[in-house]
Design a protein around this ligand. Structure first.
Ligand code: PLP
Length: 374
């Protein structure tokens, strides 16, 4: 059997009966938009996370856009975002008409650097042409960002802290789950994320009731209690009922899958710690292990060697956001983004999913060791 980078088929065969019947129930019920299975999933997800509210939306991208819209962020506003991330984290800032300000990351955690954030806020204040309004902290590869420090920095600066937890649903800081670490958290249920549906989907978590009401309104065209009462400019950004029904079934086995991912990560750690730079561990933080990402100067050669050995790998990400064509004009001072730039030449994500067999793990780790012994 070939090694899969992400194995969605094994998961489906594990819960095929439950998934098929959950889909069938929605088809029989006929309420495809905002049906009862959506509320059921939102309640289950909020409870799982420990947040008061969960608002199901159409994607992780929309889960980031709606809180920015709810905060009235737009033209003339600065939103801080790490340069080493997926494009959606930065794109949403321009979609609401605000200006992205790229911030560097910490080399070890690959998450937003609090020191770099403070410096960027100061620079924007000194320049005086933009109003600092929000920071989007990304939990890259599943590892929660440093929300304790980010919380005090954003409080002090008077800006919104929005968590991009598209990759970290299931992660934890101390005994608090991702979804409760920031005032607002956005996640994605894209199929390859730790909790994925069978299409696009996402959710927003918050404890703030009035924010939740605005988000619920925004995801249905900004309507009020009456369908044709329009309070604000919104979008069509609802999570499909069918996807919610699927997600409820997947959430039921999610904790088991999380511990399986942790076991894979521990096996990788044990075999690779002396061979290559492995992801950082902290007693305080639990990664959701969306990816297991190693760092090496020999990245490109290692990747082709692993390809020959039947080990699929992916480079997340080959180019930092401040060097992308779409964002070049917001690059700012490249000197302040050196870590992000360098990481793009060093990172390599190896297969990570709950159903990796011990034989496959052994083949992957021994191939990596063999490459470095050559
Ligand atoms: C996947 C991802 C998103 C976007 O989620 P979609 O559901 O694909 O819209 C946003 N941010 C990060 C960091 C992601 O990995």
């Amino acid at each position: 059997m070939p090694i899969e980078f992400v194995d969605l088929k094994s998961q489906y065969s594990r819960i095929k009966v439950e998934i098929d019947s959950a889909i069938q129930q929605v088809l029989d019920d006929g309420r495809y938009v905002l049906g009862p299975a959506l509320t059921e999933f939102e309640d289950a997800a909020a409870q799982f996370v420990g947040a008061k509210y969960c608002v199901g939306v159409s994607s992780g991208t929309d889960a980031l856009v709606l809180p920015l819209m709810a905060a009235g962020i737009g033209s003339g506003d600065a939103v801080f975002v790490p340069s080493f991330t997926y494009t959606a984290s930065a794109e949403v800032i321009l979609l609401v008409g605000a200006t992205p300000v790229f911030v560097d990351v910490d080399r070890a955690t690959m998450n937003i650097s609090p020191a770099s954030l403070v410096a960027a806020i100061d620079r924007v204040r000194d320049a005086g042409d933009l109003n600092p309004r929000a920071v989007i902290a990304v939990d890259l590869f599943g590892l929660p960002a440093d929300y304790e420090r980010l919380g005090s920095i954003s409080d002090e600066a008077g800006i919104l802290l929005l968590s991009d937890a598209a990759q970290s649903f299931g992660g934890q800081a101390g005994n608090r789950r991702v979804g409760t670490l920031a005032p607002v958290t956005a996640t994605s249920f894209y199929p390859a994320k730790p909790l994925g549906c069978y299409g696009d989907g996402g959710a927003i978590f918050t404890d703030d009731e009035s924010l939740k009401d605005v988000l619920v309104s925004l995801r249905t065209h900004g309507t009020g209690s009456h369908k044709y009462d329009v309070l604000r400019v919104g979008m069509n950004a609802r999570l499909d009922t069918i996807q919610a029904a699927i997600l409820s079934q997947k959430l039921a086995i999610f904790e088991d899958e999380m511990s399986k991912r942790e076991h894979v990560a521990e096996a990788y750690d044990a075999a690779l710690a002396d061979v290559v730079e492995i992801p950082p561990r902290s007693p305080h933080l639990q990664s959701a292990w969306a990816q297991y990402t190693i760092k090496t100067d020999d990245r490109d050669d290692l990747q082709s060697y692993l390809g020959e050995q039947g080990v699929p790998t992916v480079v997340y990400y080959p180019k930092p956001m401040h060097m992308q064509t779409a964002y070049k004009r917001y690059a700012g001072e490249p000197r302040t983004l050196e870590v992000s730039t360098r990481l793009c030449d060093e990172v390599l994500s190896i297969p990570m999913h709950p159903y990796l067999s011990p034989e496959h793990i052994d083949h992957i780790t021994s191939s990596i060791s063999r490459f470095f012994r050559q």
